[in-house]
Design a protein around this ligand. Sequence first.
Ligand code: DP6
Length: 349
Amino acid sequence: WVLMVTARTPTNIAVIKYWGKRDETLILPINDSISVTLDPSHLCTTTTVSVSPTFDHDRMWLNGKEISLQGGRFQSCLREIRARAQDVEDKKKGIKIKKEDWQKLHLHIASYNNFPTAAGLASSAAGLACLVFSLAKLMNLKEDNSQLSAIARQGSGSACRSLYGGFVKWDMGKEDNGSDSLAVQLADEKHWDELVIIIAVVSARQKETSSTSGMRDTVVTSALIEHRAKEVVPKRIVQMEDAIQKRDFPSFARLAYRDSNQFHAVCLDTYPPIFYMNDTSHRIISCVEKWNRAEETPQVAYTFDAGPNAVMIARDRKTAALLLQRLLYNFPPQSDTDLDSYIIGDKSI
Ligand code: DP6
């Protein structure tokens, strides 16, 4: 027999960034962060996990290609899930698995991303969240999404925020064992659904510096990171929560782009310096800034993760249509601007 579960998990984009760890093994951050989870139809990972007594070792395929499962992070997620596994019974198929059997049974995992892997579009976030969620369903875990977020966090920090839709905060927590470093939902996907996300895929190439090694170097070498984590982010978190509750777009936009800009400034302050954005990214920023300054209040927020791709959040559908027009005019895809394509997250949040 084979028992399987399939789950789909959207990616999330941080509007107040996580950058820097206080514990590298448990993945505990040095500041809180806030993200928006995209609509699952646009950027998501689909994972099928299966178990059978005929499987002789754990195996995983990513986008159809087999990958190694030796990584410590993947193994810690699996260990945490297996430790919480419960009895499972499928009467129709006549399958009965006792919780202690999960220690001996092996898994096959197949995962697909419908967007470029590791190009700074938070693929690890969707991937690890989906893996944890589907395994938790397969093994009948009793834990709620917040408790599952603490397991996903140990796979990749940003993954913990993809266990919820809408607006999500990752509480850095205080405990050394990470028990209070969890994701909580600030508002669900219906709360502010006029917002539209447009992602300009400036380059679908794999990034040169992974987030993991980049933030490690930042914590060791940057003189600015402590100021950011201790002085700047705590205030922004309070202001961002307030802006989200009130659907205050101008405050939301200002906080999001200033936080993105500070994150990239900290990358530049790292030694050796890390450049995630390229010329096209900078030109997109100028284009949005110029437009926002020509209006009474900001119309579009922008944010960049660990890569050159621009994530823009328009205040409503009309603004999104105007934004797309401007972008297509100034940055036609497949041209010398090095821009690959656009992804439109209609009613994404
Ligand atoms: C810039 O979650 O990919 O996207 O915890 O080492 O796996 P690890 O890092 P990761 O870092 C994401 C960094 C970011 C900001 C964010 O998503 O908050």
